[in-house]
Design a protein around this ligand. Structure first.
Ligand SMILES: [Zn+2]
Length: 412
């Protein structure tokens, strides 16, 4: 083990013996009391030394026996320490590819803020390389989103779409101008390849299957990123049925008129799906089905509104939610849709309740969890609002874990 104080958090001394790791409140922590010798010793925890060498250095600095163990233990306990050599075989393989790791270094540093166990950040980053994700739709949102995922280290991103690239599909980070007139799917796949920090060998890709993959679709996650605003405003429950039936996690993202939408993220049978959304809307507004039928029958032939900045923001937020799930967390779009509209871009979440009449079964699951899980109290953090409205098993456990480490946590 080579302990390393996570370099992602900038250090500052609040007073002579209290050190603050990190600047932004979301991940900052305060450690104290720390005497001067221990403070100097912290600088040695940079991942270049194993424990035997650290013991030796500590003795030279006059630190009592057991001090190193106690310090390392408490730093590990507070999630401030990583193991520069940990994470298993896949992490070692990634470390061996220096150029690839250099591309992903900021992402690794960011992962170190949420993956607390030693070696876990590199293990998670390496695990992305074995995942397969499908993006359905290669417009301004879908093509950028697919490129973001592959750029962030997801091993295989499969883009699906029909037709040819139109001039208005072009977007920085997505379909390039020189692809106009080409088949959309081909052009998007080329953009995805160009964004990848590494290209896994072909034979490896063909045989690769992650244990998280659904056996029927073969994808850890499917992202529905339609070019038509109607399909994101009113996602078609019938189109989602194969995903629900196969238990494939999926996420919706797109732009309708002047509004960008991310969500819901659907864990089939666990969180509200397109069918739940549709039924909930019909409950609240009996004219909803009539409107949807009109919108569907009169598909517009003209170019749809899609603000480039909004589309890019949607792609970014959706990629973040997708990566959170792929890394093992539950994104806040589970049971919710995040929306922002031009010109104010004020992101807010709308709940997508599991509907008792929906065949996905999420409503019954939710009922069970309501009785078995204690209700988590509000933290004042806007991101946790949705989790509170529809408590999910993973989220409430995590919230409790965060509370346990409260002695290390400071409001800054
Ligand atoms: Zn449903």
């Amino acid at each position: 083990m080579h302990p390393m104080v996570k370099p992602a958090l900038r250090r500052g001394w609040r007073d002579l013996n209290t050190v603050q790791f990190g600047m932004a409140p979301a991940h900052a922590m305060v450690l104290g009391p720390v005497d001067t010798a221990t403070g100097s010793f912290l600088a040695l925890l940079d991942g270049t030394r194993g424990l035997p060498l650290l013991y030796e250095e500590a003795r030279r600095m006059g630190l009592p026996d057991g001090h190193v163990d106690a310090l390392v233990d408490s730093l590990f306990g507070s999630g401030l320490l990583d193991d520069a050599t940990g994470g298993g075989a896949a992490a070692d393989a990634l470390r061996a590819k220096a150029a690839v790791l250099d591309r992903l270094r900021p992402d690794l540093a960011s992962l170190s803020l949420v993956a607390r166990a030693p070696g876990e950040p590199t293990r998670r980053l390496a695990a992305r390389r074995s995942l397969r994700v499908q993006v359905r739709g290669a417009g301004r949102v879908g093509a950028v989103l697919a490129s973001l995922l592959t750029g962030a280290g997801v091993g295989e991103v499969d883009v699906r779409d029909t037709g040819c690239v139109e001039p208005w599909d072009v977007a920085p980070g997505g379909l390039p101008a020189d692809a106009i007139g080409e088949r959309r799917e081909e052009a998007a796949r080329r953009a995805v390849r160009a964004a990848a920090p590494d290209r896994p060998p072909r034979r490896e890709r063909a045989s690769r299957r992650s244990p998280h993959d659904d056996p029927r679709t073969g994808f850890s996650l499917v992202i529905v990123a339609p070019r038509d605003g109607l399909d994101i405003h009113a996602p078609d429950p019938f189109a989602a049925e194969p995903l629900i039936a196969s238990g494939t996690p999926h996420l919706y993202a797109g732009v309708v008129e002047g509004t960008g939408i991310v969500g819901p993220f659907v864990l089939p049978g666990e969180t509200g799906c397109a069918g739940c959304l549709d039924r909930g809307r019909t409950d609240r507004d009996e004219t909803w089905p009539r409107l949807v039928a009109q919108w569907r029958s009169g598909r517009p032939r003209h170019v749809q509104a899609c603000d480039l900045a909004l589309a890019t923001a949607v792609a970014g937020v959706a990629a973040g939610h997708a990566l959170a799930f792929l890394d093992g967390d539950m994104p806040s779009s589970a049971g919710a849709r995040w929306e922002a509209s031009v010109p104010r871009f004020d992101w807010h979440a709308r709940p997508v309740w599991a509907h008792p009449a929906c065949r996905c079964g999420a409503a019954e699951k939710g009922k069970e969890e309501h009785t078995s899980e204690e209700h988590t109290s509000k933290d004042g953090e806007p991101h946790e609002t949705m989790a509170e409205q529809r408590p999910l098993r993973n989220l409430s456990h995590k919230t409790r874990a965060a509370r346990l480490s409260g002695t290390w946590r400071a409001h800054v």
